[in-house]
Design a protein around this ligand. Structure first.
Ligand code: NDP
Ligand code: MG
Length: 403
């Protein structure tokens, strides 16, 4: 029996957090929960705390913390309640913690994830925005501390599984070419609007955008999937995770989401990871690595899948993917700028203050204005993030068309 792993789940109340706890519940002899964190879903966090009995729960504001503490006490729980950003870092770096599931959504997840990397934890990385915002800095922290980094994003988890072990575990010791890899092929479902005519994009509602054909996910990533910004963020994520130059990363649309991604080798071999689309596969892979455990996922039924289709992404209808490549090429803080602009745009779209095509228009405008900012320190990146949010808010006031 492997030693018990003690886990902090950042973003426990979200889609990835809930799937993580589903895996934990299957293996009480393997995993113990040290801390669970949430933001707005306090009742859900309470129920999770009563079921998993963590040492701590963390929320963002005092009022939620007080209410949670009262209810936990009433229920006879010994779980303590902590509050605020510093507490998120504390439960990510505590000496008792072996692994941190980084599943807060957006740039808000970056600091505790970076703290876990600096503290040498096993980092289970769902929060791709950390790499988009601070990729080089984060990978430097992983390399300096010797932390283990396991990608949870399904595409990157697939690539991790089919890369040579030496490269996936230490991608900065050599190049992809050195280990015989020609390119990484990221698959994209194409989202709910893959076949929709561009002329109708202005009429897209938030309800339509969050209805992903193959995956049940949080609202922000669902909108990103619909605009293909998610694939753009994933290209940037792959660049850092696998030490891959942008020219060695390709994107192919694969509507069935059965092939989760591929790696092409110099000899012409293409290795892929396939499976039923269920986030418990990459989550369990990361948690149990290098072992494999039953994650409760339905076997892949190839007969009912029947066929696998592949097509090129349409950059004219989905310019966000192009913007991600441009931001990578621009270097510096450009990807941080794009990420922040996109967070403002998606929030505005979900609030009906911005049309769907407005997301790409806002992102393009802010990236164009601020791409040249430096990225030489965490402070510089945070300044770029703040400047992009300010510029995006001004753009919204000036040109935002509601949906
Ligand atoms: P959800 O929106 O479902 O969950 C987000 C989590 O973060 C919730 O626990 C939420 O708390 C918490 N949270 C929200 N805002 C803040 C904040 N400002 N500070 C601290 N905590 C906060 O998102 P997902 O689970 O879908 O995604 C999480 C991350 O994983 C994202 O970065 C996403 O890109 C990535 N990812 C997700 C996949 C998926 O299948 N869902 C696939 C691949 C990557 P509360 O709900 O209590 O408000
Ligand atoms: Mg993904």
């Amino acid at each position: 029996m492997p030693p018990i792993q003690t886990l902090t789940v950042l973003g426990a109340t979200g889609s990835i957090g809930v799937n993580t706890l589903d895996v934990v519940a299957r293996y009480p002899e393997r995993y113990r929960v040290y801390a669970l964190t949430g933001a707005s879903q306090i009742d859900k966090l309470l129920a999770q705390a009563l079921q998993f009995r963590p040492r701590y729960v963390v929320v963002l504001d005092e009022a939620s913390a007080d209410r949670l503490a009262r209810e936990l006490k009433l229920a006879g729980s010994e779980t303590e309640v902590l509050c605020g950003a510093a507490a998120l870092e504390a439960v990510s770096t505590a000496p008792e913690v072996d692994a941190v599931m980084a599943a807060i959504v957006g740039a808000a997840g970056m600091r505790p994830t970076l703290a876990a990397a600096r503290a040498g934890k096993r980092v289970l990385l769902a929060n791709k925005e950390t790499l988009v915002l601070a990729g080089r800095l984060f990978m430097d922290a992983i390399n300096a501390s010797g932390a283990e980094l396991l990608p949870i994003d399904s595409e990157h988890n697939a690539i991790y599984q089919v890369l040579p072990r030496a490269h996936r575990e230490h991608p900065y010791g050599q190049t992809l070419a050195d280990v015989g890899v020609k390119r990484i092929i990221l698959t994209a479902s194409g989202g709910p609007f893959r076949t929709r005519a561009a002329e109708t994009f202005a009429a897209i509602t938030p309800e339509e955008a969050v209805k992903h054909p193959n995956w049940a996910m949080g609202r922000k990533i669902s909108v990103d999937s619909a605009s293909l910004m998610n694939k753009g963020l994933e290209v940037i994520e792959a660049r850092w995770l696998f030490n891959a130059p942008p020219s060695e990363i390709a994107v192919v649309v694969h509507p069935q989401s059965i092939v989760h991604s591929m790696v092409e080798y110099a000899d012409g071999s293409v290795l892929a990871q396939l499976g039923t689309p269920d986030m418990r596969t990459p989550i369990a892979y990361g948690m149990a690595y290098p072992e494999r455990v039953d994650a409760g996922v339905k076997s892949l039924d190839l007969f009912s899948v029947g066929r696998l289709d592949f097509e090129a992404p349409d950059l004219a209808r989905f310019p966000c993917l192009r913007l991600a490549f441009e931001a990578l090429e621009a270097g510096g803080a450009a990807t941080a700028v794009l990420n922040a602009a996109n967070e403002v745009a998606v929030a505005a779209f979900l609030d009906r203050r911005l049309s769907f095509p407005g997301i790409a228009a806002l992102n393009e405008s802010v990236l164009g204005a601020l791409a040249g900012l430096p990225a030489d320190s965490l402070e510089a990146l945070m300044q770029a993030d703040a400047a992009a949010r300010e510029s995006a808010t001004a753009w919204l006031a000036r040109e935002g068309v509601p949906c």
